[in-house]
Design a protein around this ligand. Structure first.
Ligand SMILES: CSC[C@@H](O)[C@@H](O)C(=O)COP(=O)(O)O
Ligand SMILES: [Zn+2]
Length: 201
């Protein structure tokens, strides 16, 4: 896995309008309990090899001195790698429909959003694709607090997708392509739900 693969996937998501401004962050797991993550505050539409940072999964800190500042959401990525040893990539984006659902869920104080009987649920790779309960985490200003909530609340059998209230979505999986596909599936679920006006508690 390399910075070039992160850049290519990020550019694709940016082109879809899911990473406006400097929004979004992507990472891949590296050997040796490390991860390669996008730098903070740069346009993910045009990142280069200079805009990715190696961090430790245990401490979320850059491995090398003088590296660019890693994503502000590094602690969420590393929490997911610690919770899910089979996951090798994490994608965070602000896709419009998923973000709209995250806003509605936060307004209603909903800790989960349930999607039922959509064919696209199968794209999440669940054992039972008839229904998916997506956790919604509070968007604390201090991001490590969100990571703490993820560590505390994410069940062992949780789906590989989550929403952050008033903010966006994060997905993960065994490869970067799969984590990106899951983001597309979550966005489709949110779009369909808003189109047919169902599912939000
Ligand atoms: C455009 S502001 C968005 C940020 O606050 C954050 O939510 C985000 O997605 C990107 O943060 P970053 O630190 O660049 O990885
Ligand atoms: Zn974000």
């Amino acid at each position: 896995m390399s910075g070039a693969e992160l850049a290519e996937t990020a550019a694709g998501l940016y082109a879809r309008g899911w990473l406006e401004g400097t929004a979004g962050n992507l990472s891949v797991r590296l050997p040796g309990d490390r991860a390669l993550i996008t730098a903070s505050g740069v346009s993910k539409g045009k990142i280069t090899a200079a805009d990715v940072v190696e961090v430790g999964i245990a401490d979320s800190r850059p491995v090398r001195a003088g590296a660019p500042r890693p994503s502000a959401e590094t602690t969420i990525h590393t929490a997911l790698y610690r919770l899910s040893p089979g996951s090798h990539a994490v994608v965070h984006a602000h896709p419009p429909y998923a973000t709209a659902v995250a806003i509605l869920a936060a307004r209603r104080g909903a800790g989960t959003v349930t999607f039922t009987d959509f064919e696209i649920i199968k794209g999440l790779g669940l054992t039972d694709p008839s229904k998916v309960v997506v956790p919604v985490f509070e968007n604390h200003a201090h991001v490590p607090r969100i990571a703490g909530d993820v560590t505390e609340r994410l069940a062992a059998d949780a789906p590989p997708v989550m929403l952050i209230g008033n903010h966006g979505a994060t997905t993960w999986g065994p490869t970067l392509d799969i984590a990106r596909n899951r983001m597309e599936c979550l966005e489709a679920l949110c779009r369909l739900t808003l189109l047919v006006d169902r599912a939000i508690p």
